[in-house]
Design a protein around this ligand. Structure first.
Ligand code: FES
Length: 150
């Protein structure tokens, strides 16, 4: 099997995997970075969102063979101690209910705020519309993003 050289959360990893292996499974099964969640596996829910070169990206859709030399950041690498402004706002607003989708939500929100530091409610709803939450924590997510941006 081929070996892929990946940079994940600032650390180099050599991963032996089938070229079609989704990045999501490399993160979870090869590297035990299980903060990134499997929801639908077909790019519809956002639970598997990570940053690839700073852009929020669905790791279930990305093959390991496509991400060599890219900077990949997972929820574990967003900050060392939960001190990213989005994580602080998430705790302050007490966003999660079951929590399953929240890593993906935070990764989408943090990438979004890097592109729009002062978003309107509509901007936030548009940016986050691809991240689903079965507990419907959407109002708290929106409030936390407003808090993080203020
Ligand atoms: Fe990737 Fe749902 S698991 S978008």
């Amino acid at each position: 099997m081929p070996v892929y050289n990946l940079k994940i959360n600032g650390t180099a990893h050599s991963i032996e995997a089938d070229p079609d292996t989704p990045l999501l499974w490399v993160l979870r099964d090869h590297l035990n970075l299980v903060g990134t969640k499997y929801g639908c596996g077909i790019g519809q829910c956002g639970a598997c969102t990570v940053h690839v070169d700073g852009t929020a990206t669905r790791s279930c859709l990305l093959k390991v063979s496509m991400v060599e030399a890219m900077e990949i950041t997972t929820i574990e690498g967003l900050s060392e101690d939960g001190s990213h402004p989005v994580q602080i706002a998430w705790k302050e607003i007490d966003v999660p209910q079951c929590g399953y989708c929240q890593a993906g939500q935070i990764m989408s929100a943090s990438a979004f705020l890097n592109t729009n530091a002062n978003p309107s409610k509509e901007d936030i709803r548009d940016a986050m519309s691809g991240n689903l939450c079965r507990c419907a924590s959407y109002n708290r997510i929106e409030k936390a993003i407003e808090t993080a941006s203020s």
